[in-house]
Design a protein around this ligand. Structure first.
Ligand SMILES: Nc1ncnc2c1ncn2[C@@H]1O[C@H](COP(=O)(O)OP(=O)(O)OP(=O)(O)O)[C@@H](O)[C@H]1O
Ligand SMILES: [Mg+2]
Length: 279
């Protein structure tokens, strides 16, 4: 089916209220739009509604009011939620809940069980293991893998049915910095090469910085959104507070010599810095 919408995920005024007496507004009017192929992170304090948002988008939970559209189709119109999840969304959780008695390859095959024969499943799972760099670990049980390797198996499992969307709730939460960064490289690669849209909940700013956009939640609402530019732009933004950055902004011709750049280049750097100065 052709994509009917520019947005792969759209939510409109989403609320999720728990309890009846002391009601908790886990989501309190969340409207957001995510484009095909975006890599988005969601940050915010504990209890701000990040997991609830992911669960509602992935049809694991129902909103109290408001709508979720996936590829332009309202979730409320979809009767077979299991089938929807199998085809459209892959999930990665913090504790990667792999089945402990199944090997890496068998775990990846679980989402394919309903609609693929054994040979096709085996071929696909081996392809995915190669994609996440674990071809030589296919017969290992989760207990025989490192945390980072287990998380890569979880990602391969989320990709099993080639879903357009992968929702990841603190996928690096149980990993050390190095493994966390490696996992983010993998997500970025997959995002680029497979075109998968990723929504990644994280508490880690260095993880968020690797995404295109950061949605910051607070008390069940979107508090703000930041677009992450390319790394050079990000460096410039930091740089504008430096002595040299200030010199450039103030028109200091020193920069021409110091940086060995042309007046045109100086002008475009100055424009860039002054734009960001206004933000
Ligand atoms: N099943 C539930 N029943 C009642 N309240 C719930 C339930 N699930 C979540 N909540 C409440 O909803 C709010 C949002 O929870 P949520 O799990 O979405 O937060 P979060 O941003 O993911 O936090 P964390 O960073 O700690 O994972 C919290 O106040 C939480 O206590
Ligand atoms: Mg959470």
């Amino acid at each position: 089916m052709e994509n009917q919408s520019e947005w792969v995920i759209e939510t409109q005024d989403l609320t999720r209220i728990y309890g009846d007496g002391d009601e908790i507004r886990a989501l309190d009017g969340v409207s957001l739009r995510i484009r095909h192929g975006e890599l988005v992170s969601v940050m915010g304090p504990s209890g701000s509604g990040k997991s609830t948002l992911l669960n509602v988008i992935g049809a694991l939970d129902l909103p109290t009011s408001g709508n979720v559209f996936i590829d332009g189709i309202a979730l409320s119109q979809i009767t077979n939620k299991d089938d929807f999840r199998a085809k459209k969304v892959g999930f990665v959780f913090q504790l990667h809940n792999l089945l402990p008695t199944l090997t890496a390859r068998e775990n990846i095959e679980v989402p394919m069980m309903a609609h693929m024969g054994p040979a096709a499943r085996k071929a696909r799972s081996e392809e995915l293991l190669t994609l996440v760099g674990l071809a030589d670990r296919k017969n290992h049980l989760p207990g025989q893998l490192s945390g980072g390797q287990r998380q890569r198996v979880a990602i391969a499992r989320a990709l099993a049915n080639n879903p357009p969307i992968v929702l990841a709730d603190e996928p690096t939460g149980s990993l050390d910095t190095t493994n966390g960064q490696e996992l983010m490289h993998l997500l970025r690669d997959l995002n680029r090469t497979q075109g998968t849209t990723f929504v990644v909940v994280t508490h880690d700013l260095s993880v968020a910085r690797q995404t295109n956009r950061v949605i910051v939640m607070k008390d069940g609402r979107i508090d703000r959104e930041d677009i992450i530019g390319n790394p050079i732009e990000e460096d410039f933004k930091i740089w504008r507070h430096s002595v040299l950055g200030k010199d450039i902004l103030e028109g200091g011709e020193n920069a021409l010599d110091l940086l060995n750049i042309t007046p045109e280049e100086l002008e475009s750097i100055r424009n860039f810095l002054s734009q960001h100065d206004k933000q």
